[in-house]
Design a protein around this ligand. Structure first.
Ligand SMILES: [Mg+2]
Length: 440
């Protein structure tokens, strides 16, 4: 009997984070961090499941969850081993399904649903291999890595041969970098101090604590009110001194001209990068801002819909830092393409994280990049936010401002069974107690 994938189970999981203004920024004043969560079951009898999710911020998580469930037709009944042996083929099948493709193409709810399923398949593959995902990826041959990538729409910027060349160049140093990663981890920066809804006192305390914890970079949300931003930036700079990098994040709030003017007002406080200054779709706008605010740098990508947008941002010299997201583009495979693009253009990748479980997942991609693609940690940091990690079976571990390399098999995507019950929306106990007015 060949073991088969038997189906998908999906869960609408929401956390009432808006009550504490955790995660508040200029465009998202009161998010309830949520996961459209999926479990892939098989009849292999080994007790292993694939876990994945899309991240949303509350309303619409039901729509996202339905979209994931709607992909069951494409995976149920398939042989487990053959499917996991050819995740490049599986990815193409999902992304190029002509009927579903009409709903994008390659963007939005369906693309994010594919991300959840693709990432869950990778989780299952890594568990079956008995390795953390970053290591599994980093031990593939350059040829196997190339097989994961769909070069359609990329070849004018990155041909398969060039990508292969990048991977082969990184090959000799892999073992040494793997050891270095296991010893010392990967640098992080923290967004914890900077949420817009926090008081000045809380900002001051959290900035101080961040430096004490070993972070060398932190990030403030900006873009709602210029006077407030100048005051908060002054407070942060006073607390951390001149040597700590302070990035600012506008979460798409500005038009191009406003972005340029606003950043000039903040420039005396030496912002390291300005993140998502305008619409994530506005490639030329990002490029105009980058040119106008230099030497302040532009960072973007957490809402870039797909590898084609990243290609254009890089071609237009619009980015100093590329911030891929683990669950917005279509999962591991598309992010491998984006890592290769970034390496080709020499732009450091500083992944987006936070939310629910994004830190847990994206650390694997940054570590794979270090070992097998860019070969460098220089000028690179993974975002860190200290919310909701306690809900994960294999939460991230930080020491002195660095992510330690995960050792447990899989993609670190698995939520605790109790969380799937307690935070189920709208009928889990956490939400029914809020509805009854008895919630915390
Ligand atoms: Mg951001």
């Amino acid at each position: 009997m060949v073991a088969k994938i038997t189906g998908l189970r999906t869960y609408d999981i929401r956390f009432p984070t808006s009550r504490e203004l955790d995660g508040s920024d200029a465009m998202n004043p009161a998010p309830d961090y949520s996961a459209s969560y999926v479990v892939i079951d098989t009849d292999a009898g080994d007790g292993l499941e694939g876990h994945g999710f899309a991240f949303t911020i509350g309303r619409g998580n039901d729509v996202q969850t339905a979209a994931i469930q709607g992909l069951e037709f494409a995976v149920a009944g398939r042989p487990v081993q053959d499917t996991l042996d050819d995740l490049g083929g599986m990815w193409r099948e999902l992304v190029h399904d002509s009927q579903l493709r009409w709903l994008g193409p390659e963007k939005g709810v369906v693309h994010m649903a594919i991300a959840a399923v693709v990432n869950a398949l990778w989780d299952l593959k890594a568990k079956r291999a008995g390795k953390p995902l970053w290591q599994l990826l980093a031990e593939l041959t350059p040829e196997q890595i190339i097989e994961l990538v769909d070069f359609r729409y990329l070849s004018d910027a990155l041909a398969p041969g060039e990508a292969l060349e990048i991977l082969r160049r990184a090959e000799p140093g892999r073992a040494a970098r793997l050891a270095k990663l296991r010893d010392g981890g990967y640098p992080a920066y923290t967004t914890t101090p900077g949420w817009l809804g926090y008081s000045d006192e809380k900002l001051r305390r959290l900035c101080r604590e961040a430096v004490e914890q070993g972070f060398r970079q932190l990030k403030l949300k900006v873009g709602a009110d210029l006077t407030d931003d100048i005051r908060r930036m002054r407070i942060a700079r006073e607390e951390v001194g001149p040597d700590i990098r302070i990035a600012v994040d506008a979460n798409q709030r500005w038009d191009v001209g406003t972005a340029i003017d606003w950043v000039r007002e903040l420039a005396p406080f030496d912002p390291w990068w300005v993140e998502e200054p305008t619409s994530p779709d506005d490639v030329l706008g990002h490029a105009a801002i980058a040119q106008a605010i230099a030497p302040v740098r532009v960072a973007s990508g957490e809402h870039a819909a797909n590898r084609v947008v990243f290609k254009q941002l890089l071609q237009a010299n619009a980015l100093s830092y590329l911030q891929l997201d683990v669950a917005r583009v279509a999962g591991v495979n598309e992010n491998v393409a984006i890592l290769l693009l970034a390496a080709k253009f020499g732009v450091p990748v500083c992944p987006h994280a936070g939310g629910v479980g994004l830190c847990e997942l994206v650390q694997h991609l940054a570590m794979f990049d270090f070992v097998a693609v860019s070969g460098s940690m220089d000028d690179r940091v993974i975002e860190y936010v200290d919310h909701l990690h306690e809900h994960f079976v294999d939460p991230v571990t930080l020491r002195e401002g660095r992510y330690l390399a995960p050792s447990r098999p899989g993609f670190s995507a698995e939520l605790r069974p109790g969380t799937l019950v307690d935070y189920a929306y709208p009928h889990g106990p956490v939400w029914t107690s809020i509805a009854e007015g008895t919630g915390a």
